[in-house]
Design a protein around this ligand. Structure first.
Ligand code: GLC
Length: 440
């Protein structure tokens, strides 16, 4: 495949620039030196093309942060953290020798394990993969044990940071309806100070980042969450935000499938209970999160049992899950290609163009993110929509060529936005280029 040589070189350069040997940081400046769950999963996929062993190290760094109850945290924190998350002090399941956060992120690690494993030498492959299968099984079991409040097999996330799309309008609008109590009012009063202390707005234009109301909501919900000590019983009784998100559950479905494939291939048994839960998630994404009138998937508030009818990119993620009925996938492709909705020149935007919440340059409220496009093209391919997958890949690579290795992109013009030299943009650009070349 000619034409993307410069892009490929840039992508490799960015991964090397952000490489701390044990893990790849998202980008310098805007982000600290921590290892993030889904960032590292994507970086590992990028590394698998350069040096598969380095990809395996990336994954093992994330596994080192796994809690005793199986949870894999969204951040393995590089510095010590006695005050903010304070996990080691507050929860006995937190690892003793490494510092982590107390919540998770989209469960996309099985995807990374499989892709890295496929590229490894025979000698390295088995020990790495067998160990990973054990870690992944414990993680997916944790999801069903502790984040399955309705016993529906639907993963309920408890903080917008868990989705990796923190200011996505469905979560924000819902969080605005919650009374965050006394601590919420204290945070409200302290909000001007909180805004002054922010690092992100020092490294990227303010209008490209979460606004002050959104970041106040993150803080209010975080303080409330921390007061439960990340304990599932206390979360259930004394914490109001539990959302069965389409994005999280779609990723879970696909990664359950991959875990199942890996377990079969390496002859590692998975429990019948886990297999039962996996089947339930597949069924209930469609039974519980589909709205027939709007022909759209929506997140559900697990507390009231009501759908939150705001469409975002999460609504399209069942394309990645690969479990939706054909006619629903067709409906999603219809939304995806509709120029009034998600069909923008450099889509797929994270919020549809005709939404009242569309903010052209702001974070998860319109801009295109390359990791989402990567997941969607993969799902389209698996469901025999090869042409749609190919045109999404071409659009995505063109966008990266115009905008550079940025964190996200203007869906109308491909202008690069947010952090520069962003690792997952680089890693997945590389993956798209190399896979495409291998096919020709
Ligand atoms: C932001 C993103 C999240 C990502 C993190 C590190 O919080 O929204 O998805 O994991 O940055 O890049």
């Amino acid at each position: 495949m000619p034409g993307y040589e410069n892009l490929e070189r840039d992508a490799i350069k960015v991964l090397r620039l952000n490489d701390l040997q044990t893990h790849t940081i998202p980008s310098k400046g805007l982000y600290s030196d921590d290892a993030w769950l889904w960032d590292s999963a994507f970086s590992a996929i990028g590394w698998s093309h350069i040096n598969p062993r380095r990809g395996a190290v990336e994954i093992d760094t994330i596994f080192d942060g796994q809690w005793q109850n199986g949870m894999i945290p969204n951040m393995r924190i590089h510095r010590s953290d006695p005050v903010l998350w304070a996990c080691r002090r507050l929860n006995q399941n937190a690892p003793r020798s490494v510092t982590t956060s107390g919540i998770t992120q989209p469960p996309i690690m099985a995807e990374a394990v499989q892709r890295v494993s496929q590229k490894m030498d025979n000698d390295d492959r088995r020990p790495f993969t067998v160990n990973a299968i054990g870690r992944l099984a414990a993680y997916h079991e944790w999801i069903y044990n502790e984040r399955n409040p309705g016993k529906s097999g639907l993963f309920a996330a408890v903080h917008p940071w868990e989705t990796g799309m923190e200011n996505t309008p469905s979560w924000i609008r819902h969080m605005e309806t919650i009374d965050w109590g006394v601590t919420g009012r204290i945070i409200h009063a302290l909000n001007p100070l909180i805004q002054l202390g922010r690092n992100d707005t020092k490294h990227a234009p303010k209008e490209q980042r979460s606004n002050s109301i959104e970041s106040k909501l993150y803080a209010q919900s975080f303080i409330k969450l921390r007061s439960t000590h990340y304990d599932p019983a206390r979360l259930a009784d004394d914490y109001p935000l539990h959302i069965e998100d389409v994005h999280m559950n779609s990723i879970l479905i696909r990664n359950n499938e991959i875990l199942d494939e890996l377990a079969d291939e390496y002859d590692v048994p998975l429990s019948d209970t886990l297999r039962g839960h996996m089947a339930q998630t597949r069924t209930n994404l469609d039974t519980c999160l589909w709205d027939d009138t709007d022909q759209m998937y929506y997140p559900r508030d697990a507390v009231s049992g009501k759908l939150i009818k705001i469409s975002t990119i999460a609504s399209l993620m069942p394309i990645y899950a690969g479990s939706a009925p054909i006619e629903r996938v067709d409906a999603l492709i219809g939304h995806m290609t509709d120029p009034e909705s998600f069909g923008l020149p450099y889509g797929i935007p994270t919020v549809p163009y005709n939404s009242p919440y569309y903010r052209k340059h702001c974070y998860w409220t319109a801009p295109t993110w390359l990791n989402i496009n990567w997941a969607l093209q993969d799902g389209l391919d698996r469901q025999e929509h090869a042409l749609a997958a190919q045109s999404l890949r071409t659009m995505t690579l063109d966008m990266a060529e115009i905008g550079g290795m940025h964190e996200y992109f203007d869906a109308e013009t491909a202008q690069g936005l947010g952090a520069k030299n962003f690792s997952w943009t680089a890693a997945l650009t590389l993956d798209l280029i190399i896979n495409q070349r291998d096919e020709h």
